[in-house]
Design a protein around this ligand. Sequence first.
Ligand code: PLP
Length: 423
Amino acid sequence: MEITYEKALQLDTNDLLRDYKSQFVNDENMIYLDGNSLGKLPKQTIELTSNIVQQQWGNRLIRSWNENWMDLSSRIATKIATIVGAREDEIFVGDSTSLNLYKLAFAALYAKPEQHKIVSDELNFPTDLYVIQGLVKHQFNNHFLELVKSDDGITIQETEIEKRLDKQTALITLSHVAYKSAFMYNMELVNKLAYENNSLVIWDLSHAAGAVPVELNKSGADMAVGCTYKYLNGGPGAPAYLYVRKDLQEKFANPITSWFSHQKPFDFDLNYQAIPTIHKFAVGTPNVISMAAIEPGLDISIEAGISKIRAKSIKQTNFMMELIEQELIPLGFTVATPKNERIRGSHISIQHADAYRINRAMIEPQKGEKVVIPDFRPPNNIRLGIAPLYTSYSDIYQAIGRIKTIMEQKEYEKFSNEKLSVT
Ligand SMILES: *Cc1c(COP(=O)(O)O)cnc(C)c1O
């Protein structure tokens, strides 16, 4: 049966999470489908950050460290722990995802000097691979990285990972949800395979946390990293986090030793002594303003509840898939995301030879049309991200309708294929 706009409106009316949209800054003339790259601004963050800048920094100055800032990272770690199924003493908040991956990968390889193989896959986010390549080049010369291939460019069977595991394998590092295709690994299964093989796993949760249930403890995960500016709505360049399971923490050392991971930084002792907690992964002074800005987004996700967010995400990705079938497949698009919701995150990639120009036409419409913001990933993917906290069914309906119009009117032809610096 054909999907109509009335159907979308009816789904919005029955949506249990529909009121959360008003907690974010919205623009009536824009449909935002890029929350998997930079989440929206929670209204509460505006007031909070202005208070931190004016009051805490402006008026209280250095006194704010004791009054507000020293506890900030632990408080935020506790909230992230809730979202990723970890204990609060297993999460450190700070630095970028790339830097956190560097610290943990170094720690893992250093702890297993006899094993020289690192396994990842070709669906992984490039920065993760670059970090590993750098470690192999500069610090672990006897190590090597093996990339598992994807036959369809969309999925990888866990058995393909298993085939690469042997006595040599020290570390497996994978994205839980792949940034381009949205394919999602069975985390528990991979953890089990790694454990049986005496290898460690580092998960990158950047495209998963806040969109799909993550159970680091229950699934037996060793280590993880992730960012807070995507589905968690923490703001551009917001501090990332890392996770190390409690019983493993003692074995691992931070390769970048600094005063904020010292047992007593304010003793100003000349010799380094690592603090024996997850805070040993700190590197220098925390980014107070951007760290504080993460909290309202976390609070919204926790209040809404990840299981409700996931239930809506599944409904909405299925709704979008059906609309794509109905409206876009006949126009030459293909879907580059798993059809099976159980192995799919919260975005959908569609492909077209003119993807880049279509993406531009969505963002820069002719007068009167709504702006629709997806993003482009080479060679020819348009990613349509669904953030259930603020994406509505009518947004999805209208966005797919816009793509159809752009194709029928050939609106994309007036754009060049020259790429802007951020796509
Ligand atoms: C967004 C993203 C990153 C970003 O890393 P930064 O160091 O924060 O720039 C890393 N990994 C994955 C899987 C991502 O989706």
